[in-house]
Design a binder for this molecule. Structure first.
Ligand code: NOJ
Length: 524
């Protein structure tokens, strides 16, 4: 059986912002189709497409109204079928986003539930409960997006939503829910899709005692004791999904499980997920000690690793790395001070971090635009923000729109080649400098560095040995005889001897400058 995913590089397509084939301001399948060669030439092995299903788009499509179709603004089911075939023909696997924790409030099941009696079969597919006393929610749980996790329905019952009120949580103890999702998996697997990225995989099970709870974060809690995150019961569901996937050849699922790294292992294995995102790497910052220990902890998991630097939920790493140590990038988006940002340093570190990630064993997930060194658009006008976090947090958290701004393909022209003149989020005037067109003609560009590294990465293999080159340096050797060295300190370090394979910045005088990474070959 093919285990292509074990060392694959997967390119994340945030489809609404990738390429807009019909110029209506929203990226779509036609646009993605026109860029498949670009993705294949980059040298990745597959793509993961963020939700493309019919949706009122209250949370960027993570509010699904129909799991067996494509939103008409994005394409058609026939176009999706043609896309997977064409992707395969250029050597790319295709993963879809499965959103099992919640539906949209416009999903027919939820519409039916609202119209049905308390205690009805339709309501039991979700978590409807009576409140406590007059107008008091069943528990004190808070939504991840801010505000209470319960909303009062017209007849006095409350329903649970760990995210937005328009994203009611499904009840995974209900057999209808279990059966429906198995059918949804088969629907896409039968159409040739290669697997799924599973949204909030750590949230499916809820505390059946419905007790109040003061949230201090998973790190401080005994395992399995949070009322709606990382509970043991959720693994039952995963085991059933895995047996469905195993009926097909070479399919996989990767969990978005936001849990401490020592809890990640139990999501993985031959009867569970094939992979789970490793967000500790994303959070490690530019700190050699932390990065080394995240690498060691991740390797100790013993299964296929995943490495992630950015995604559609995080401040882009070219910006994160341009902020002084200790500054929380999410808060900085709102409060600044914005002069603290050093974009050149951010880009240097982003390039070095990419070489670090791509030298590690296992697989890497590359977020669209990071191959261009694209920064966060941190100054979007607040009246254009769409992320529900902005409103739900009462404008105290700016949200994730700044990493979702439509891609710059060309140096000039309407929406920098994205599509029509009026993209759903405005692009800044400097976007063209980062365009794929401009970088394709510049041998020193970030795009060309990614292409080179992705090609050379195929020569890397085998285990990892951490090498001590000083406290501020992350260095490790792969069994294939390659050494990866990243200087995270503030002074140059001696360049190790050997053949230079790829570098993230200028090298030459026998030293490795700060904020720079290299791969050295033929190391014995
Ligand atoms: C995680 C997704 O990545 C994020 O974008 C979304 O808002 C939440 N899950 C809720 O579905």
């Amino acid at each position: 059986m093919s285990e292509w995913w074990r060392d694959a590089v997967v390119y994340q397509v945030y489809i609404r912002s990738f390429a807009d084939g019909n110029a209506d301001g929203i990226g779509d399948i036609a646009g993605l189709n026109s860029k498949l060669e670009y993705i294949a030439e980059l040298g990745v092995d597959g793509i993961w497409i963020n939700p493309w299903y019919p949706s009122p788009l209250n949370d960027g499509g993570y509010d699904v109204a129909d799991y067996r179709d494509v939103d008409e603004r994005i394409g058609t089911l026939a176009a999706a079928e043609a896309l997977v075939e064409r992707a395969h023909s250029v050597g790319l696997k295709v993963l879809l986003d499965l959103v099992p924790n919640h539906t949209s409030s416009e999903h027919p099941w939820f519409v039916e539930a609202l119209a049905s009696e308390p205690g009805s079969a339709a309501r039991s597919r979700y978590h409807f409960r009576h409140g406590r006393g007059d107008r008091s929610a069943p528990t004190n749980w808070r939504s991840v997006f801010g505000g209470p996790a319960w909303t009062l329905a017209a007849d006095g019952q409350w329903y649970l939503h760990v995210f937005d009120p328009t994203q009611p949580d499904l009840n995974w103890d209900n057999p209808d829910v279990v059966a429906e999702f198995e059918a949804i998996l088969r629907f896409w697997l039968d159409r040739g899709f290669d697997g799924f990225r599973v949204d909030v995989a750590h949230a499916l099970a809820k505390d059946p005692t419905w007790s109040d709870f003061e949230d201090t974060g998973l790190d401080d809690l005994p395992p399995g004791s949070h009322p709606f995150f990382d509970r043991d019961e959720l693994l039952r569901v995963v085991q059933r999904w895995r047996s469905v996937l195993d009926e097909y050849d070479g399919r996989m699922m990767v969990a978005e499980a936001v849990v401490p790294i020592d809890r990640l292992a139990r999501y993985l294995g031959p009867d569970r997920y094939h992979q789970a995102f490793n967000f500790s790497f994303l959070e490690a910052g530019w700190d050699a000690g932390r990065v080394r220990s995240v690498i060691e902890d991740s390797l100790a998991l013993g299964t296929s690793q995943t490495w992630v630097l950015s995604n559609h939920d995080a401040v882009r790493h070219a910006t994160r790395f341009g902020l002084p140590d200790g500054v929380d990038a999410k808060r900085w988006l709102l409060d600044g001070p914005h002069h603290l940002l050093d974009p050149d340093r951010g880009l240097r570190r982003a390039r070095a971090a990419a070489l670090l990630m791509l030298a590690l064993p296992g697989s890497a997930y590359v977020y669209q635009g990071e191959e261009l060194g694209l920064p966060e658009v941190w100054d979007l006008p607040t009246d254009r923000l769409e992320d529900p976090i902005w409103i739900r947090s009462e404008r105290s958290v700016k949200g994730r729109d700044g990493c979702r701004v439509p891609m710059p393909w060309t140096e000039e022209g309407p929406s920098f080649g994205f599509g029509g003149p009026d993209p759903w989020l405005p692009q800044p005037e400097w976007f063209g400098r980062y365009s794929a067109e401009r970088q394709a003609n510049d041998a020193s560009s970030t795009l060309m560095m990614y292409r080179e590294a992705l090609e050379r990465r195929r020569q890397l293999g085998g285990g990892v040995t951490i090498v001590d080159m000083g406290g501020d340096v992350v260095a490790f050797r792969r069994d294939s005889g390659h050494l990866c060295v990243v200087n995270m300190g503030s002074s140059p370090v001696p360049m190790p001897p050997g053949r230079l394979v790829v570098a993230s910045g200028d090298v030459g005088t026998g030293t490795l400058e700060p904020d720079t990474a290299v791969w050295i070959g033929d190391v014995v």
